[in-house]
Ligand binder design. Sequence first.
Ligand code: GSH
Length: 201
Amino acid sequence: MMKLIGSLTSPFVRKVLVMAEKKIECELVLEDVWASDSKIHDYNPLGKVPCLILDDGEAVFDSRVIGEFLDTLTPVGKLLPQERRERTEVRCWEALANSMLDAAVLIRLEGTMRDENQRSEAWVARQQLKLDDGLRAMSRGLGSKQWCSANRFTLADIACSCALIWIFACPDLNWRDAHPTLDKFYARLSQRQSFLDTQPS
Ligand SMILES: N[C@@H](CCC(=O)N[C@@H](CS)C(=O)NCC(=O)O)C(=O)O
């Protein structure tokens, strides 16, 4: 059986776990990538999760490639449209969500992993701008629609809601109040069984 190396707190891993909606059998192997004895480098040279280990031992990363692989494995619950323009639109939403998460994670790590005298306000402000602009773009793109793209539930909705859940949970940051459209969107999506099943404890 395939194995997914990951952690329950990673929003990138959650994207893949929510794809359980496709009813694919895969064993979750928990790994703390921040631990000094982490084995993640044996599988992924980037030292990051998620990393999918195929039946023949091949390692697949990152979450975007894993998503593509899993979606083409079975036609059940297709998450990526076939048509080129629609598919590109979904992928673009996913790129937006992933990069906003990267910016949010960098802001968070600046506060938690670096000593006060090592922190750079200019660097944090640069990431903050990506996040603010990204949230505005997401909010505008979603408008009053039910789904991000293609008029149905796709990988775009999974990527955006996993990102928003993580970003809005960051303490001391008031992103949530400024974006009621996004707040409602992710609150609705987080009621889906696949999201309830993958809540970090
Ligand atoms: N672009 C990657 C991002 C994955 C990522 O940043 N994962 C974090 C956990 S949330 C990680 O493993 N970080 C460890 C590190 O940066 O050394 C993806 O989409 O899978």
